[in-house]
Design a protein around this ligand. Structure first.
Ligand code: MN
Length: 592
């Protein structure tokens, strides 16, 4: 058998001993799976090969690729654990056996029902599912085990059509509930999106079919106009003398589109980012310059400018987002980021390691520089354990996992104390805690917890929280419960101060509160489509204070922070107040 194309693609990126090791692992896996077939009828080896290819796209180290090639030999072949360890060493053995251990975790039986998709946003993930996700993290002593598992699931989903029907739904559900969120938490956008889109047609076949039929034309139209917007943007940025690496237009994936439609009464006109533009520039400073330039030419929608550079998402995602009204009146979402931020958006934690090493992937043009760097760093340390620690550190740096005496996992920020633990279990346990045992030894309430600790809280019903706790607790939950209980005086003082400096904030809230939420208004009665800023399809609701009703009334829109445009009669007292304070948020509005 000749070298398969996928293998050639993989080894292209590795050299010397790494390349040799990958080729050896491939031969070993091929021999071990000899004669086995996939449900698709293909030779079994096509599966580990594809898994290794996906891992190489994430630009992982050679040992992860090797473990990907070998990931099924312990479960599905005659290869024994000692044999594998002897042949490939302890590190690869640990990765492979880790993957096979994770393979045995299953979605709890009671969760095998498919929830109606409308509820996904409101419904908090059930406790078992959340625990299962945490279990994956806690059990995988090396984060690379999870990456291999994700690649494994990706190929199994790619070939789901060949799998017996009764298994399809369970696998699709597990993918949607466990694996896609795991990828999301690690920031691996490419895999997260891929898994969602692979699972979607199996979980919601009717919805998928409807979407495909109704979205195709809209997407094509939107794509054309966005391509024109891209050309204009390119010219404008040239005029401003801003160096741009790339401007790309992209289509929203089916699943995220469907999810968004549900929140907008299935109205395509309300989806602003059916297609979106992405601008990539060399550094952070240029990102802000580009944002300014865009707003100079196109009017931004208030409340839609998001600065994830200054405030990164929990999974390290960074970018600037803005939504603008461009020439043709089309509302367009634009993301602005650097090549490093782009790498993090696509490959998450995998790219993050690279950046920690201070390697600039794109400018160096050497995609694998960081792996070489890691390897060099490993030589310096001469210690495989340190090397593994280095890989683990990033993920675990801000979270720890501790256990209750019953074995439930509690996920806390690093530096968390027994008091944080107590409050995250239950507020009453927090309020009355007087002592704690960690791994059966009494510790102070301010002790720092570590991953793997078993924590037991000693309570006394007659005791109440102490003000001193505020000095050491790490979680917001604990902090707010303690403050509430203490009813701290200075807290009230602070509120008075806030009122003094931000007098309008409360007022705006009060005004917004008077008006019903748009979803409610629309679901109760379909309002006529008022146009805002010359456009129909903008989310709006009729203000409750002045209740615009008849087409003879002159109306105008005030753009609220989160609920869309509120439509007022122009001589409404509230509206006049809003207009003087936030003139930039006022837009013209017309009856249809
Ligand atoms: Mn597999």
């Amino acid at each position: 058998m000749s070298t398969p194309l996928a293998l050639e693609k993989i080894v292209e990126n590795y050299s010397g001993r790494d390349k040799k090791l990958i080729l050896e692992a491939f031969e070993f896996a091929r021999a071990a799976h000899e004669g086995q077939k996939r449900f698709s009828g293909e030779d079994y080896i096509t599966h580990p090969l594809r898994v290794a290819l996906i891992l190489s796209h994430l630009r992982l180290d050679a040992r992860t690729i090797v473990a990907g090639l070998l990931h099924d030999v312990l479960d599905d072949t005659r290869v024994s654990p000692p044999e594998l360890e002897k042949k490939f060493g302890g590190e690869i053995y640990l990765l492979v056996s880790g993957v096979s251990r994770l393979g045995k975790l299953r979605l709890p039986k009671q969760n095998l029902e498919v929830e109606p998709i409308e509820r996904m946003d409101q419904k908090p993930a059930s406790l078992e599912i959340e625990n299962l996700r945490r279990m994956f993290f806690a059990m995988a002593e090396d984060i690379r085990v999870i990456l291999i598992k994700l690649a494994d699931r990706t190929h199994n989903m790619e070939t789901l059509e060949f799998i017996p029907q009764e298994k399809q739904k369970r696998m699709a559900l597990e993918t949607m509930e466990i694996f896609s969120p795991l990828a999301g938490r690690l920031g691996i956008g490419t895999i997260k999106t891929k898994l969602e889109n692979l699972a979607f047609p199996y979980l919601y076949p009717k919805e998928y079919q409807w979407l495909k039929e109704s979205a195709e034309k809209k997407r094509a139209e939107a794509k054309k106009s966005v391509d024109r917007a891209r050309e204009n943007l390119k010219k404008n940025l040239e005029k401003e003398k801003i160096d741009v690496i790339e401007i790309k237009s992209r289509l929203k994936s089916y699943f995220s589109l469907y999810h968004k439609l549900l929140r907008h009464q299935m109205d395509f006109d309300q989806i602003y980012d059916l297609v979106a533009l992405r601008v990539i520039v060399k550094d952070v400073k240029t990102c802000y310059t580009v944002l300014g330039a865009i707003h100079k030419y196109w009017r931004p929608l208030p409340g839609r400018i998001k600065d994830y550079i200054a405030f990164p998402k929990a999974n390290s995602y960074q970018s600037l987002h803005t939504t603008v009204i461009c020439e043709e009146g089309r509302i367009l979402e634009i993301q602005i980021r650097t090549p490093e931020m782009h790498a993090v958006a696509e490959r998450g934690i995998c790219a993050h390691w690279a950046q920690k090493e201070g390697v600039d992937l794109v400018r160096r043009g050497k995609q694998f520089a960081w792996i070489q760097q890691l390897a060099g760093w490993q030589k310096e340390n001469q210690d495989a354990e340190d090397f593994l620690e280095g890989l683990k550190i990033d993920f675990f740096k801000d979270r720890i996992f501790v256990f209750t005496p019953r074995g439930d996992i509690v996920d806390l920020p690093e530096g968390a104390t027994p008091v944080d633990f107590a409050y995250s279990v239950h507020s009453e346990i927090g309020h009355h805690c007087v002592g704690a045992k960690v791994n059966r030894k009494i510790v102070p309430l301010s002790a720092t917890l570590r991953t793997g600790d078993v924590v037991e809280i000693i309570v006394d019903k007659n005791k109440l929280p102490s003000r001193d706790w505020l000095k050491f607790v790490k979680t917001g939950v604990a902090r707010s419960h303690i403050k509430k209980r203490l009813d701290v005086g200075f807290f009230r003082g602070l509120q008075a101060l806030r009122k003094k400096f931000f007098p309008f904030e409360k007022e705006e809230k009060a005004i917004e509160k008077e008006t019903p939420s748009p979803t409610k208004a629309i679901s109760v009665k379909k309002e006529p489509a008022v146009s805002v800023g010359g456009k129909t399809g903008v989310a709006f609701f009729l203000a409750k204070c002045c209740r615009p009703q008849s087409p003879d009334q002159e109306i105008a829109a005030y753009l609220t922070k989160s609920k869309g445009a509120s439509i007022h009669v122009t001589n409404c007292q509230n509206f006049k107040k809003l207009k003087t304070r936030w003139p930039e948020r006022i837009m013209e509005a017309r009856w249809p």
